[in-house]
Write a protein of this length. Sequence first.
Length: 433
Amino acid sequence: MKKVALASLLAIATSTLCATPFALAQAAASGGSAQQITIKDPAEYNDYSNAISQSSPAAKASQIEAFLTKYPNSVVKEEMLEQLMAAYQATNNMDKTVDAATRLLQTDPNNLRALAITVYIKKAQAAQKSTPAEQQPLLDDAAASAQKGLAAPKPANMSDADFQKLKSATTPIFYSAIALDDQLKKDYAGAEDAFKKELQSVPAAQTQTGPALNDTYLLGQAYAQQTPPDLKNAVWFLTRAAQYAPPAAKDQIEKAAEYYYNKYHGGMDGFDQVKTLVTQSVLPPDSYNPTPAPPPPSPADQAAKVVASTPDLKTLNLNDKEFILFNGKPEDAGKMWDTMKGQTYEIPGKVVSATADSVQLAVTDDAKASNTADFTVNMKKPLTTPPAIGTMVNYDATFDSYTQNPKMITLINGTPPAPAKPAHRTPTRRRTQ
């Protein structure tokens, strides 16, 4: 998956901690253990009381750190680490929160609160990275912790009811991280399974907003990106995501759903009924059964027909040229490439990944719908500021090479298009009397 970031069109905030992990940390801060622990040393008890009574999260974190330094083997070490995790999270210090959670897991490897907060923050940090190589280790860590969380046993000092509440709060966080990790690795079957388990683990109303809505959208993308694509399921989850998406994202998501529906069904009849049906069920019911269109001619045959019926291949649009290059028989792709190689064009597209030296773009409709790069523009000079992921850009560049597997057209000497020259204005002559 040539994605640079897993942040979606829904713009779910990942720079700050969401309500669920914060609630977990607050629960940690208030205890919840049925077991009462007694501090026998009066001085230690006074220091403990002073630390946990601080009203400012920053002051509380500082006092707890001092307490743990002074009493590294205290009987309340685990509780204090939970309190520390909550205090750092209240200050929105992600690194310190992860550090506190890591220290807590060294004391209690199965602590669900610490595992959930670690997973959530690692996932959020991955979403802020600009390349898959930067994202992968963070998501690998998050997924590994998530697997531990799903398998964690009930603590001996926790009631069944409290454990089930904690499991209900943490399970969707764990499945989401596993799904994102699988999706980045192109394990679409694994991602689809984990996303669906996430959506099934929360009340239906909760899937209409926040992280679960975001992952509904990503689940639709996973179905569209697998080989071969599962367009029927892609349409369901993208359409459902569109129905609840914020206004700024709704139109673009629904256009993707419409594109795949038309591609699967061969027309738009029945799509309004699908939009109604997706509001009634999180997962596709048996009644969701759009009729697939008759199989079209093979891509190679379609490419051959276009080549044979087009007197001047240079006149084809960029979508058609790419289709022939990627799908045509060698002789047809060769004819197309002969008209393109060495030619300089203005290439418009959506940024999928970007560095100073190279920008990968989704240019054709298929590529934009699946958020997959099909053009690589290697710059003539390094860019001062690489474009942001998801933005629309234009570059002048020269066609250099292409490959059918993986599907990629590479251009060189990329430059931003020259600004339009201002219209020349003839100076007004002053008439003399």
